[in-house]
Design a protein around this ligand. Structure first.
Ligand code: LLP
Length: 422
């Protein structure tokens, strides 16, 4: 059972009612369940059975230091895309020999910092980047371990903005060019080739694209070995989808679209790809973000007003697109539920924030419990790509974040203050 659920008509995070959290810490607010995070990590780990592996947490999903510390303590590695994320990972206690550094645009200063920290590997996305790493490693008189991120031209069947494994995407090196690029890398004195990296996209809710990618990677490793290039390591990326629809069920809640009914769990996906990957004899790493943290986080907001036009009913809340961008940016769905269920009556509404844009919405034409001013709403599955995408747009303060552990609550990031706007 999830750590976020109803006890009778009260929505709880572990042992604490959301209504109390809203009262005590104010809204808008991010709330996380520590035990759900740990459960997510350990169940993914269990899917590997006895096989050696490393789960690198993708910091980009949520880089709150208190959350990073939990993953570091669980023994996770770190998937980073900037020097800033490397800094955060090391501060949080991740082992320096576990970060893998991805991204199409690594700057010289970022590469230098990563070389200085002797990170596990650079996941290299272009020949020019390889040359930059080689030049900087030579200058520093060190060697750089690298994998190439291979773009296998496999459709993740996700939102176009978060699909990364097609040849029309900016990511990685086309699979057709892989052999040539590895051969070139093998000639560079300060470069140690260790492996191969893929990541075909995010919020992938089918097993097939992962299986196709595993087969493509295994095939390529075979070809590289025939060419005398030794590959010892596979970083299989992240991208495991989570359930955004009907995340919570209660007889008083409207049943949502069945879009996410029966989606594979991360463990199902691992079980499908692992035999293919292990067959290569390589060590296997993965780098999930969303599936480790999304369902452990909730965005909490309060209803300010309700209003009606001749065409629509609106619920105006105190949270906005600057606090949780996903609905505005991707048309993403987050289930919205009351902190306290007071009624079985529903209305079709748009849930909107105070920002001066019509794109500032959390839901459109959504069946929602009938609510009025002062009531508290919870947007579920908001732990990933939530707080990290906040901004001060419209002069709004970034929300606070709290962590619940049983009956205990800890502020893990205080609400911003006006002084911090300057
Ligand atoms: N590895 C690499 C190289 C990545 O680019 C990403 C995510 C991950 C791992 C982690 O993927 P995950 O397991 O979280 O799907 N802001 C978007 C998601 C962007 C994903 C970017 N890359 C959203 O809110 O849906």
């Amino acid at each position: 059972m999830s750590s976020i659920c109803y006890k009778e008509n009260m929505l709880m995070c572990e042992e604490v009612p959301f209504i109390d959290l809203a009262e005590e810490y104010g809204t808008p607010l991010y709330v996380y369940s520590k035990n759900q995070i740990i459960k997510n990590f350990r169940s993914l780990k269990a899917a590997f059975g006895e096989s050696g592996h490393t789960i690198c947490y993708a910091l980009k999903a949520n880089s709150n230091p208190a959350i990073l510390k939990i993953f570091a303590e669980e023994g996770a590695g770190a998937d980073i895309v900037s020097a800033g994320e490397l800094y955060l990972a090391l501060k949080a206690g991740f082992s320096p020999n576990k970060p893998a550094f991805a991204g199409v645009g690594k700057r010289d200063d970022e590469i230098e910092y990563a070389l200085q920290k002797n990170i596990f590997a650079f996941n290299v996305e272009s020949v020019q980047e390889l040359q930059a790493i080689s030049r900087l490693a030579m200058r520093a008189n060190v060697r750089a371990r690298i994998s190439f991120r291979i773009n296998p031209h496999i459709d993740a069947q996700s939102h176009p903005y978060i699909t990364t494994g097609l040849h029309t995407n900016k990511f990685g090196i086309e699979d057709t060019q892989a052999l040539e690029v590895y051969r070139y890398a093998a000639t560079l004195p300060a470069i140690d080739i260790i492996g191969i990296h893929t990541h075909i996209g995010s919020q992938i809710i089918k097993v097939e694209p992962f299986v196709d990618t595993a087969r493509s990677v295994a095939g390529l490793i075979g070809k590289l070995r025939e060419a005398g290039i030794v590959i010892r390591h596979i970083d299989f990326g992240g991208g495991f989808g989570v359930k955004y629809f009907n995340a919570l069920q209660h007889e008083a809640l409207p049943i949502e679209d069945q879009a996410h009914a029966g989606i594979p769990s991360p463990a199902d996906i691992i079980k499908a790809v692992l035999p293919i990957l292990l067959e290569t004899g390589c060590s296997v790493w993965i780098e999930p973000g969303r599936s480790l943290i999304a369902d452990a986080g909730v965005f909490v907001t309060k209803v300010l007003y309700t209003k009606e036009t001749s065409a629509k009913k609106f619920v105006v809340v105190d949270g906005a697109m600057n606090d949780l961008l996903r609905p505005s940016l991707y048309g993403a769905h987050h289930q919205i539920v009351p902190a306290v269920i007071n009624t079985y009556e529903h209305r079709q509404v748009d849930v909107v924030g105070p920002i001066c844009e019509s794109g500032d919405f959390f839901a459109k034409d959504r069946m929602l419990a009938k609510v009025g001013p002062g009531e508290v709403l919870a947007l579920l599955t908001a732990g990933a790509y939530g707080f990290v995408n906040t901004s001060n747009y419209n002069g709004r303060l970034r929300p606070a974040e709290v962590m619940v552990n049983g009956e205990r609550v800890r502020v893990i990031r205080p609400r911003q203050t006006f002084e911090e706007l300057i």
